[in-house]
Ligand binder design. Structure first.
Ligand code: HEC
Ligand code: HEC
Length: 327
């Protein structure tokens, strides 16, 4: 009897130990998931670039991270495009299920009482549609940890309402890397970061308002999209294909990494917003290996001649004065 008691308590202790081991590894797994999600949301997809409000100088306000932006883009007659609150508050995503959040990010529709409402094309769901399910789960796990901010965002004006969600980006339409790519695995990883989990493709391809694909499929990564911002010169996205004269053909991979992470171009001039480079914005925290994979992907694209007259310098250069790098 005694023996039996002893052995059953031994078993009990063993079971308890096993359970706490399980609990520890479960905690480690969910911490890793949240960290992966934080990295993707903040440093690869740069959701904050649109979803976090800014101060008068244009700097992100960390206490209000991801809490939505009123009048992100002003439209005609005083109407506005407003950006949703993603924080854990009644006015954000608190009451949404994981599935609902996934459908908004991935399919560009907001489930509503009267059915699905398409999200406006500024929200790059058509890109994020090709984020892996595991990475979407990680992003949602991270969003669940973002402190709630009370900010009810009004519905956007009528010119920012679409009849249907934008078509998901057709990956087979992206230019195929040249067969001689130095490191095919790196190129594929780079493509994932530049055009599936991240947003390079959405800014460096011309937008076609009203077209169901939204992006100009005849000119991926050729640049030419303007971004009206309160700067002396309107920023226009550049040609990222490796054409020597009009693209990145004369840039080293390291120079491309510096441009992505720190916003300094090959000549040493500052790149203009809205690209979310460091020191304050998301790409500052992108892992060097990931930025290098993106650079390898861009270098592997077929070179296309497409000259962009990019006059914008950051910090802004007053009209009439030469940019720093041009002195
Ligand atoms: C280029 C700007 C931009 C980026 C980058 C962006 N969003 Fe959005 N997002 C928007 C806009 C604008 C809306 C509102 C669209 C509308 O209401 O029609 C929106 C809406 C949403 C919604 C709908 C929420 C609701 O309840 O209305 C979710 C969820 C969302 N975004 C998540 C994300 C996540 C996660 C990321 C990063 C992985 C991200 N967004 C990146 C602009 C952006
Ligand atoms: C929100 C829009 C946006 C996003 C996202 C974005 N860019 Fe840009 N990028 C721009 C604009 C606009 C410019 C030109 C700014 C200027 O006029 O100085 C630019 C400039 C650049 C330049 C400098 C090129 C040159 O010829 O001077 C490089 C390199 C670059 N981007 C690479 C990338 C990569 C790689 C990604 C993804 C990791 C990316 N960009 C994401 C908007 C964006």
């Amino acid at each position: 009897m005694r023996n039996l008691t002893l052995s059953s308590s031994t078993i009990l202790v063993a079971l308890l130990l096993a359970c706490s081991d399980d609990a520890n590894s479960e905690r480690a797994r969910s911490a890793a998931l949240v960290e992966r999600g934080r990295y993707l949301v903040e440093n690869v997809a740069a959701c904050s670039n649109c979803h976090t409000p800014r101060d008068d100088m244009g700097a992100l306000i960390p206490e209000l991270a991801l809490s939505g932006v009123d009048c992100f883009i002003p439209g005609a007659n005083g109407e506005c495009l407003n950006v949703s609150n993603l924080t854990n508050h009644e006015t954000g995503l608190l009451r949404r299920t994981d599935d609902e959040i996934k459908r908004m990010i991935r399919d560009g529709v907001r489930p509503g009482p009267g059915g699905d409402e398409p999200l406006f094309s500024e929200m790059p769901s058509f890109v994020f549609h090709n984020t892996t399910d595991a990475d979407l789960n990680a992003e949602i796990a991270y969003l669940r940890t973002v402190p709630g901010v009370d900010h009810a965002v009004a519905a956007s004006g009528p010119s920012f309402v679409l009849a249907a969600a934008v078509n998901p980006l057709d990956l087979s339409a992206l230019p195929v890397p040249s067969s001689g790519a130095a490191d095919p695995a790196a190129v594929l990883r780079g493509r994932y970061l530049a055009a599936q989990a991240g947003q390079c493709v959405g800014c460096h391809t011309k937008h076609l308002d009203g077209n169901p694909n939204f992006l100009d499929y005849s000119g991926f990564f050729l640049g030419g999209q303007t971004f009206p911002l309160p700067l002396p010169t309107v920023p226009i996205s550049t040609n990222l294909t490796p054409d020597v004269e009009t693209g990145l053909g004369s840039w080293s991979l390291e120079e491309i990494v510096v441009a992505i992470k720190h916003g300094t171009d090959k000549r040493g001039d500052g790149i203009c917003p809205p690209m979310p480079f460091g020191p304050q914005e998301g790409y500052a925290g992108m892992a060097d290996e990931d930025a290098l994979d993106i650079a390898q992907y861009l270098a592997s694209l077929p070179p296309v001649v497409h000259a962009i007259d990019d006059q914008c310098r950051f910090p802004p250069v007053p009209a009439g004065e030469p940019a720093l790098g041009a002195l």
